[in-house]
Design a protein around this ligand. Structure first.
Ligand SMILES: [Zn+2]
Length: 275
């Protein structure tokens, strides 16, 4: 299992990058605050697919409630697998890395989120923000979250979601929440895909060699060991660096300010050169 922190950080980085590209008709953010909320939701949603096992960070994040939810989702995933499996798919007992690690789940959960937001407006927005931003906090700042305990983390999540909620002024912007959720789930699958186990991302629609739950993965030479040295020493810090850079650039006016500063530095250099 790839570490929760890596999933959350890659969700944040991809969320920040996509927020900039997403058309406003699709709920693309129109302000710095909305961009950060979008990336936060994406970071939190990047932990959701591991709700199919009670062993994951996400299953332990809201105590008995999330553990119960995880065993429910595990049972649902086992059911989906059993009903849809192809003739060559193995009989498996566990549910981890099945239904919640597919494009179907990512798109389905995203569409459901958008539909709820359109139907119920603010209550649906605030619940989505509360759950996903709470997960993002636990993923991105795991040490802090463990240190402070669930009560403090929950209070901070509630506070953050109320703040972020005010940044979502209308329903158009809010449908972007569904996009952020789907994106986060897909990023999670990509992250798992680079580890040795692989992910049945296209299941159950595409049948490969008689298997509907064929696992997509990198060739073993390129695959990394989940939670291993490469992830800790290189991938994690690299993702953090990218996310921080993108976060700085996402601040309104920051790119222009940076170019201006560079231009000034260069022209100052030229002037000193002339003297
Ligand atoms: Zn996973």
């Amino acid at each position: 299992m790839v570490m929760g922190a890596t999933h959350a950080m890659s969700g944040a980085a991809v969320g920040l990058a996509v927020a900039d590209l997403l058309p406003t008709d699709w709920g693309g953010p129109t302000s710095t605050a909305e961009t950060f909320a979008f990336a936060g939701v994406c970071a939190g949603a990047a932990l959701l697919p591991d709700l199919d096992t009670t062993q994951s960070t996400v299953a332990r994040s809201y105590g008995p409630i999330s553990r119960m939810l995880a065993s429910g989702i595990g049972a649902l995933s086992r059911g989906v697998y059993r009903v849809t499996k192809g003739r060559k798919d193995a009989n498996r007992r566990g549910s981890h890395r099945t239904f919640t690690h597919t494009a179907l789940f990512a798109v389905g959960l995203g569409a459901m989120t958008s539909a709820l937001v359109v139907q119920f407006g603010r209550p649906a927005i605030i619940i989505t923000l509360f759950v996903t931003l709470g997960l993002a906090l636990r993923g991105l700042f795991g040490d802090w979250a463990r240190d402070k305990g669930w009560l403090v983390v929950t209070v901070v999540s509630a506070f953050l979601s109320i703040l972020a909620w005010q940044w979502f002024p209308d329903k158009v912007g809010s449908t972007g929440l569904g996009v952020a959720v789907a994106l986060g789930c897909a990023v999670h699958c990509l992250g798992d895909m680079i580890t040795k186990e692989g992910v049945p991302f296209l299941a159950p629609f595409v049948q490969i060699r008689g298997e509907r739950w064929w696992e997509l993965k990198l060739p073993s030479l390129l695959a990394i060991r989940a939670g291993g040295g490469f992830e800790r020493a290189i991938l994690g810090p690299f993702l953090t660096f990218v996310a921080v850079m993108l976060a700085v650039l996402a601040v309104d006016g920051a790119p222009a300010a940076i170019t201006d500063a560079l231009r000034n530095a260069v022209s100052a250099d030229l002037t000193t050169g002339q003297n």
